[in-house]
Design a protein around this ligand. Sequence first.
Ligand SMILES: Cc1cc2nc3c(=O)[nH]c(=O)nc-3n(C[C@H](O)[C@H](O)[C@H](O)COP(=O)(O)OP(=O)(O)OC[C@H]3O[C@@H](n4cnc5c(N)ncnc54)[C@H](O)[C@@H]3O)c2cc1C
Length: 394
Amino acid sequence: MARGAKIIVAGGGIGGLSAALGLATRGCRVTVLEQADAFGEIGAGIQIGPNAFHAMDWLGVGEAARRKAVYIDKLVMMDGMSGEEIAHIPVDEPFRKRFRNPYAVIHRADLHGVLLDACRARSDIALVTRARVVGYANDRAGASVRTEKGDAYAGDAVIGCDGIRSRIREQVTGGDAIRLSGHVAYRAVLPIEKMPEDLRWNAATLWAGPKCHMVHYPLQGWKTFNLVATFQTEVDAVGVSEAGTREEILSRFGNVVQRARKLLEVPTEWRRWVLGDREPIENWTDGRVTLLGDAAHPTHQYFAQGACMAMEDAVCLADKFDKTNGDLDAAFQAYQHDRIIRAYRVVLSSRMLGRVYHAEGVERKIRNSVLGAKTPEEFYDGLQWLYGGNGLTP
Ligand SMILES: Cc1cc2nc3c(=O)[nH]c(=O)nc-3n(C[C@H](O)[C@H](O)[C@H](O)COP(=O)(O)OP(=O)(O)OC[C@H]3O[C@@H](n4cnc5c(N)ncnc54)[C@H](O)[C@@H]3O)c2cc1C
């Protein structure tokens, strides 16, 4: 293995920090460039499947993440129109035994914090803030980036981990468009005492309604509940963390039973995301530059797998670097070869799940009938490809 390769990572989110950790443990020196004033994550929850724990174990942060997680008993789908349960997937001991790791929920800042602590503990990772990358260049010696302030960072390779609006991707692809879906997500975190008592379930609960759905689960040692409410509308842009209004969100859940809808009346502050993804592409790499996480395969959140895939990417990339003895060109090709199929399977499955969650009329009846008839083992069999992997399995 070539020791001491110098890697520039653009973006210090979950993907960028995971990439830095993975590559540093394989002998690279990594510089992470983050546009924000400080490294951090938004104040909301995230679900992480067993595959993410496999990846975090490989990166050496699995135990630290496990200490911050909440272990739910099941994933529940409720029919928002009738108020009845459609189906549930137990994620208790038999699930953990089968997939060799738990399904859990965690605060994003805690997950990001675990990765950040691990990066900070290493002398071979440099973390730089207020460095907004605006472009890259390939040259004979490797690749470099330049920032908005005019600084240049040169290395043997560049990894674009700069999210759905990636500047690195723009240059790699020549500028492919974000795909607008018309889906909007509202997010809030409630203190436990504000959560209606009859909804304090130890589950990731999804209420499926016509053209809308909402998800809630406990967080932070049961001190808070995470709430995400999504609906379909007409939008012509993608937006991040704008202020949302109670009127808009309530008007979109008019057909949902009061037991669930009343939850939407509780938050005094909502943040609003206009969602999008991108069409799959067959190449993420330009010379010594490649993409990772949302920069490569932004996805809707319906499979709860975007961050899990970013961590898997990091494992795969570091492993390929190792297996090719530090031949970065070969490593990037092998990495994208393996990851494109798996990550885009998640992207396309997420689109399909959006349709399932928002079904109405006959589609709703079919959904309820098909999902309601499944046994836990049948659900597990259908999820084996996903939860059985860790980034090393294509
Ligand atoms: C409502 C919602 C719910 C979700 N729930 C889940 C879930 O339950 N489970 C799950 O696994 N995933 C979930 N996801 C997806 C997950 O949030 C993303 O897939 C994940 O955060 C991607 O990580 P990333 O590091 O690739 O990108 P980002 O998180 O977007 O990080 C990119 C980083 O790069 C920085 N950056 C951007 N541009 C530049 C630049 N030009 N120069 C330097 N720095 C830059 C940003 O500031 C940021 O720090 C959800 C997403 C949404 C919207």
